[in-house]
Design a protein around this ligand. Structure first.
Ligand SMILES: Cc1ncc(COP(=O)(O)O)c(C=O)c1O
Length: 373
């Protein structure tokens, strides 16, 4: 099937700079503990989550056969593009309103010609993934589990990997305050060694993390363009909007590994659950929409998925300097939920560094959507 992504709906440059950010900012106090005892022997660091997906897909390609992958119809293009680059045929499976998947439909799509299947832990929640993984593995498919939003779960699973999963990936900067980073775990040995950047690039990366160039730009009232993270990871080729072929053989920054090994994941998990539940409790019956999941329990939420009654409210929240995200560029498919969610399902920040006053700002902004109509 030919893949065509829907266009962007809201232009980020029309919004004021966000004050409440979707991801936590780095501070030196983050370095608290060193030398975690996680076994990394089946893991490698990649530049980002999409690089880890691409590397898994590359390692698992079957020679002299058509590689056909089943992907969820609701997604961001960054998870689809690596497969397109590698020449996979893509088929989408539909999702239900709570982002679980109908088992009967999924089973019908596991036809003999399908070789691979990717399952996503949306927003840090597991949906009915264990069941899908078992079904796909029993049907003889190579299963990639996408934990881009579930770094803590990714680490927990390293201790007792599910044998039905052939490869798992995660994205580091969705949860931790780094500027890049992905991880790939594979059941089989990984036959690739992503390269580190030069030490000069590393130093530039650290300066960017510490916001030094941003501060210099801010102090200089010049017409020069602000440096962005993408300048630090300068693109070599741009064929896709998100994935770059160089992602396949690039490691993360070395200091990103240090951030991972020095982060207190238990504490981060507890704070994120606390923040999620604080928001979710306050956001019931606001009249503006509903939380997709009423509470977080043992999972580590990446964001709080909130289904707006009125899609135009996304703009209102962005105008209030809250970095609300939305997957607008979902590929066209027969899935009605994905088509609806590209405008109505928004992602509210709930990261572990948000203060109570910031959580209250988010709550008041959502409540205000109704009062201001
Ligand atoms: C579900 C999912 N998978 C993979 C990715 C890619 O992760 P990264 O941004 O680290 O490349 C993303 C984010 O864009 C994502 O949301």
């Amino acid at each position: 099937m030919d893949v065509k992504f829907a266009p962007v709906m809201a232009n980020a440059s029309h919004f004021p700079a966000a004050i409440i950010k979707a991801a936590p900012a780095f501070s030196l106090t983050d370095f608290r503990q060193f030398g975690q005892s996680t076994d990394f022997s089946h893991c490698i660091y990649t530049r980002n989550g999409r690089g880890a997906i691409g590397l898994a897909a590359q390692q698992l390609m079957q020679q002299n056969k058509t590689n056909i992958v089943l992907l969820p119809a609701y997604h961001c293009p960054a998870l689809v593009e690596p497969f397109l680059w590698l020449g996979y045929e893509i088929r989408f499976y539909p999702v239900l309103p709570d982002l679980t998947v109908d088992k009967a439909i999924f089973s019908q799509l596991l036809t003999a010609d399908v070789s691979h299947c990717l399952v996503v832990n949306f927003f840090g929640f597991k949906q009915n993934n264990s069941c899908l993984i078992e079904m796909a593995a029993q049907a003889g498919k190579l299963v990639i589990e996408d934990c881009a939003h579930a770094l803590v779960d990714f680490f927990q699973q390293l201790e007792m990997p599910n044998p039905a999963v052939t490869a798992r990936i995660c994205s580091i900067n969705k949860i931790l305050p780094s500027i890049d980073g992905g991880l790939l775990y594979m059941k089989q040995a990984i036959n690739a060694t992503p390269k580190y950047c030069s030490w000069f690039e590393e130093v530039k990366g650290i300066a960017f993390l510490l916001k030094i160039p941003q501060l210099i730009q801010y102090l200089k009232p010049k017409k020069q363009q602000a440096l962005t993270v993408s300048d630090v990871n300068a693109p070599i080729q741009k064929q896709f909007n998100y994935f770059q072929p160089a992602d396949l053989d690039s490691a993360s920054f070395r200091h990103t590994k240090l951030i991972v090994s020095s982060s207190n994941l238990k504490k981060i998990q507890a704070r994120r659950i606390e923040n999620y539940n604080y928001l979710a409790t306050a956001l019931t019956n606001t009249g503006a929409g509903q939380c997709l999941y009423a509470y977080a329990d043992f999972e580590t939420p990446y964001v709080l998925p909130f289904l707006l009654d009125d899609a135009a409210d996304f703009q209102q929240l962005r105008m209030q300097k809250i970095q609300v995200l939305r997957w607008e560029e979902v590929a066209y498919s027969a899935c009605k939920v994905s088509e609806d969610y590209r405008s109505r399902l928004i992602q509210l920040p709930c990261h572990h560094k948000l203060k109570k006053t910031e959580l209250d700002t988010i709550i008041n902004a959502v409540k205000g959507l109704v009062n201001n109509k």
